[in-house]
Write a protein that binds this ligand. Structure first.
Ligand code: ATP
Length: 362
């Protein structure tokens, strides 16, 4: 089994009366890029700060490399943190900022020189060693902060929205660079973001959080294709969600009646006849046609078709008043606004969410 490098077990955190982290369990695997993803205020930064030793847990166990660290100071833990705000020393040059940790440790000057050079190359900042932070762009400053955090070769690098202050283009470029760096150095990254696209692009695994708990833990692919709860389905990518009840469950195929009796089918196991279900389908997986399709009776009217650059987005209004979003790469010449259409999907493109998965939702 892969080695666990950071382990949180039944961790709770209260700020006064506010219970922000609730019986939180997570095992982070050595060398992985794990992202904590969730809406603002769900507790991502608090988890990171507790691993770093910048915040105490109210209860529970935190282990780094099998060793309990609750009583260890931040500097005694083999982790480093990169913040959104860079936190560089403003009076120091790039060289001095990156060398800082090694100077504190009284490493010989020649070795420091070599290691700073290696880091400068790695973050592509050769030639900038004499500049101070106020003479550099946001992306360059963040590279200095990353180099400074990596020079001690920590076992784990904690990153709190490190690209949050950058514009979209630079952000995308830095996402690729950071991922490349992580794979090259084989350091465990624990990354905090509320940007689902960033999480899907960079992570080996994502822990989707809501209100102090992990809602779902999995690879980007698993989380996108098989969201376990309605919250995850709505937070990661877009979904059309149909409330319904299972009328037949046989051989891994579910037949469902929607709230107004609309028929639909999907693959699914572990469901029983008569059970309530939420059927989810992604906009890019749903299709429509002028002809009804066996197993489906989702009938609606095309409200509008909008070109959004890379695709066409069609909004269809069902007879029960629900709106369904569908995306397509090409425009369908036969269908125009006002037409009556039938919506369906391939069985494997629908996924069912158990109603009881909603019990944690508010
Ligand atoms: P964001 O994406 O906005 O940074 P987050 O998911 O990182 O949010 P946290 O910063 O971990 O969330 O905060 C979780 C909850 O704890 C919030 O309700 C926040 O107001 C509260 N909180 C965080 N730090 C403190 C503190 N020092 N004192 C009191 N409450 C705090």
């Amino acid at each position: 089994m892969a080695d666990v490098i950071v382990e949180l077990e039944k961790v709770n955190k209260y700020f006064g009366q506010n219970h922000v982290i609730k019986d939180f369990d997570l095992r982070i695997i050595e060398g992985e890029f794990l992202t904590l993803l969730g809406p603002s205020g769900c507790g991502k930064t608090t988890i990171l700060r507790m691993i770093a030793g910048l915040e105490d847990a109210t209860s529970g166990t935190i282990k780094i490399q099998d060793e309990r660290v609750e009583d260890k100071e931040a500097y005694e833990r083999d982790v480093n943190t990169v913040f959104q705000s860079y936190a560089l020393f403003p009076h120091m040059t790039t060289y001095e900022n990156i060398a800082y940790g090694l100077n504190v440790k009284k490493i010989p000057k020649q070795e420091i020189k070599e290691r700073v050079r290696e880091m400068l190359e790695m973050v592509q900042l050769m030639g900038y060693e004499g500049r101070k932070p106020d003479m550099m762009s946001g992306g360059q400053k963040q590279r200095v902060a990353i180099a400074r955090a990596l020079i001690n070769k920590p076992k784990v690098l904690l990153l709190d929205e490190p690209l949050g202050a950058l514009d979209l283009k630079l952000r995308k470029q830095m996402q690729i660079e950071l991922k490349r760096l992580q794979k090259k150095l084989n350091i465990t990254f624990v990354y905090v973001t509320h940007d689902q696209e960033e999480a899907l692009t960079m992570s080996d695994r994502i822990a989707v959080m809501q209100e102090g708990v992990v809602e779902q833990l999995g690879t980007p692919d698993e989380i996108y294709k098989y969201p376990g709860t309605k919250f995850v389905a709505g937070f990661i990518g877009e979904s059309n969600i149909f409330e319904g009840e299972i009328i037949a469950a046989k051989n891994g195929i579910l037949k469902v009646a929607g709230s107004s009796g609309e028929k639909m089918t999907l693959l699914g196991s572990g469901f029983d006849e008569g059970e309530p279900i939420q059927v989810c389908v992604r906009p890019e997986a749903a299709v429509y046609s002028k002809e009804p399709k066996d197993g489906f009776s989702l009938k609606g009217t095309v409200r509008n078709i909008i070109f959004v650059g890379s695709q066409y987005r069609t909004l269809i209004l069902l007879e029960n008043g629900q709106e369904v979003k569908i995306s397509r790469g090409r425009k369908d010449r036969d269908i125009k606004e006002g037409d009556v259409v039938y919506i369906y999907w391939e069985d494997e493109d629908g996924f069912g969410i158990k109603k009881k998965g909603q019990e944690t939702q508010k």
